[in-house]
Design a protein around this ligand. Structure first.
Ligand SMILES: *Cc1c(COP(=O)(O)O)cnc(C)c1O
Ligand SMILES: [Zn+2]
Length: 420
């Protein structure tokens, strides 16, 4: 099934460009002139149907009509294994949080352990098709980790710019996949600028999501999958954490395109979740402009993005779905990490647990009630940030190597339980 991509359109001035002719709008500039990839969903609908989907491969490439590039045909099938992650019911978690139903879409099981694989697989497939031998990006961690993974699979050199303080698990992954890692003495924004300058200087393929309009099409596949997997059993809300804003915009686009293709006939509201300390997109929903936060921070590194490049797309996505963005504290994220692990059996990294914390927050604020039916995106695996996880959960129980100390511990626990 060939791609039904038609053109690129500037999100600010709406001028259209031929695909391949621009990466950002020349009139509006690289900051404001983000381009959106436009597809002929009418044409896609002739072949992308519920019936045809039944026999397609379990990866992002099942949606070939709605991707900017044809499925890669490398000697190995590494780039064909990403996507189609499971949606798992979490009834105990729903009861604990006070909503009717929660399902978790667990992208922590993706090849490199995060949602970002969806964007990287498209980026690396495009780089590979263009004959690139090097690819680069700046990242708080997961985008780089997943790019390093996909690049290794495709035999391309990955160049990664990280800000100081990226979690060790993510750094270890990148280096293990053979990437060249530049640890920039500065902020994420400094790392971002340096990666862009290096791409221009050395001719590397640019995998930065904000300026590479095709990557969001990879992120979109999570929305396409939610639509297909919940086709006959739709949620009222989809909860997802927000850093740069690409993910939420991509998911909204995927859901919309599945409606346009006639695979689903329902709409769902979007619950964006930001860390309270770094919530420029949450504030932009009200003020309609970007104020860069000062002073605040969060330990959820993947959403610690004070200068989001895609805030406009994110704001539009939330507004069009009649959605909201809530802010959660680091303690609320820690709480959600523990409850998601204990009650749903899913170990989430802080930015992923934030989506669950957002459900709890939205309940407190009266946005969700006991009738709410929510799908939450678990965007990353807890093993990526062990230090962050350990700050959220209990400690092991130290015992001597004999049964009586175990018995004493169990008895003490029983007494505590009985007193409650
Ligand atoms: C990148 C990331 C997000 C947020 O995605 P944005 O596109 O930056 O909004 C959320 N969770 C995890 C685990 C991520 O890696
Ligand atoms: Zn423009």
């Amino acid at each position: 099934m060939p791609s039904c991509m038609t053109k690129l359109q500037c999100v600010a001035c709406h001028t259209t460009y031929d695909t391949g002719k621009a990466t950002t709008c020349p009139t509006c500039g690289p900051d404001e002139g983000i381009l959106e990839v436009i597809f002929d969903t009418h044409r896609a609908a002739t072949t992308l149907t519920r019936e045809s989907l039944k026999t397609r491969e379990p990866s992002v490439w099942r949606y070939a009509e709605l991707l900017p590039i044809d499925p890669p045909n490398l000697p190995n099938n590494g780039l064909r294994t990403i996507g189609w992650t499971p949606i798992i019911g979490a009834p105990a978690l729903a009861t604990a949080l006070g909503v009717k139903r929660i399902r978790l879409k667990d992208d922590g099981r993706s090849a490199s352990g995060s949602f970002k694989d969806r964007a990287s697989v498209v980026g690396v497939a495009m780089a590979s098709a263009a004959g690139a031998t090097s690819i680069a990006c700046a990242s708080t961690g997961n985008a780089a980790t997943s790019m390093a993974h996909c690049a290794a699979v495709a035999g391309i050199q990955a160049n990664i710019f990280v800000a100081r303080g990226a979690p060790e698990g993510k750094l270890a992954q990148m280096l293990a996949y053979g990437a060249r890692v530049f640890e920039v003495d500065g902020s994420y924004d400094d790392a971002y600028k340096l990666s862009r300058q290096s791409c221009a200087e050395f001719g590397w393929y640019d995998r930065n999501c904000a300026v590479n309009p095709y990557l969001v099409e990879g992120k979109k596949t999570a929305g396409l999958e939610i639509a297909e997997q919940c086709a006959d059993d739709p949620p009222d809300w989809v909860a997802v954490s927000v850093g740069d804003g690409c993910t939420i915009a991509g998911i909204a686009k995927g859901l919309r395109q599945m409606r346009e293709c006639g695979v689903i006939d329902w709409k769902t509201r979007i619950l964006g979740v930001q860390a309270e300390g770094v919530a420029p997109i949450m504030h932009a929903i009200d003020s309609n402009r970007l104020d860069i936060p000062t002073g605040g921070t969060t330990y959820a590194d993947s959403i610690n993005v004070p200068v989001p490049r895609n805030w406009r797309k994110a704001v539009n996505a939330v507004r069009e779905s009649d959605g909201v963005i809530v802010g959660v504290t680091d303690d609320e994220i820690r709480n959600a990490t523990a409850t998601t692990g204990r009650l749903a059996g899913i170990f989430a990294e802080p930015a992923a647990a934030a989506a669950v914390a957002g459900i709890a927050k939205a309940c407190q604020q009266g946005i969700l009630d006991d009738k709410a039916n929510v799908v939450a995106m678990i965007t990353g695996n807890g093993l990526k940030d062990i230090r962050g996880a350990l700050s959220a959960i209990g400690k092991p129980i130290r015992v001597a190597p004999d049964l009586s100390t175990v018995r004493n511990t169990i008895d003490a626990a029983k007494r505590t339980e009985a007193r409650k």
